[in-house]
Write a protein that binds this ligand. Sequence first.
Ligand code: SAH
Length: 214
Amino acid sequence: MSVFRSLKDLAVVLEKLKDFDRPVEVLEQYRTPGGIAATLAWEAMLRGDLEGRVVIDLGCGTGVIAYGFLALGARQAVCVDVDWRALGIARENLRDFEGFVELVAADVRYLHTAIPKDACTVAMNPPFGVKRRGADLEFLRVALGLCNTVYSIHKYVPRSMELLESTARSYGFRATPLARLWMTIKQRFKHHRRRIYRFEVELIRFVKERSEVG
Ligand code: SAH
């Protein structure tokens, strides 16, 4: 059972976790803000998509999202990132859950798991696809192939929801927007002219339609 009485308590703990040391720009390494990661996990808990499940955090970075899911009752976490240095930070951040976390250094595009699709939930804040166009959709396609339930954070741009929905539909999934929140990131990379970036993100739940075959 979770020790967190409120979403806010969890957000505070997540916000205190360690950030990337030297973020890699091309990998779009931004730590997911505590409030956003906490909301994603809370929504999953309320919908019964978390308790007892294996959470697969794709592009886990610092492990903030996996932490939130484990704290609210996920059975185990598989954290995948292509940057092994980021996994070192995730290891530190997830020390409270030692023995329940697998860290996997891999490119998600080539990832396969042997975990039954009903026993897992993907939780992710993929690259927004600004540096490498389409990276977010690439992550989504992988996620939809891994588990029957996916919780994901996407940069909100008008029409983006349509594209995500149609991708989901082609995989036999239904997409439900859960919340739209402001995300603030501090200037980390040289090309940023402004010190603070603020944009909207959409939290989305994808579930496999039971009527679909396969
Ligand atoms: N939720 C994370 C932040 C995600 S930022 C946190 O709060 O720390 C996106 C992450 O995706 C980065 O850590 C980056 O290294 C990783 N990434 C980018 N492309 C990837 C790929 N092809 N395969 C695996 N990980 C990737």
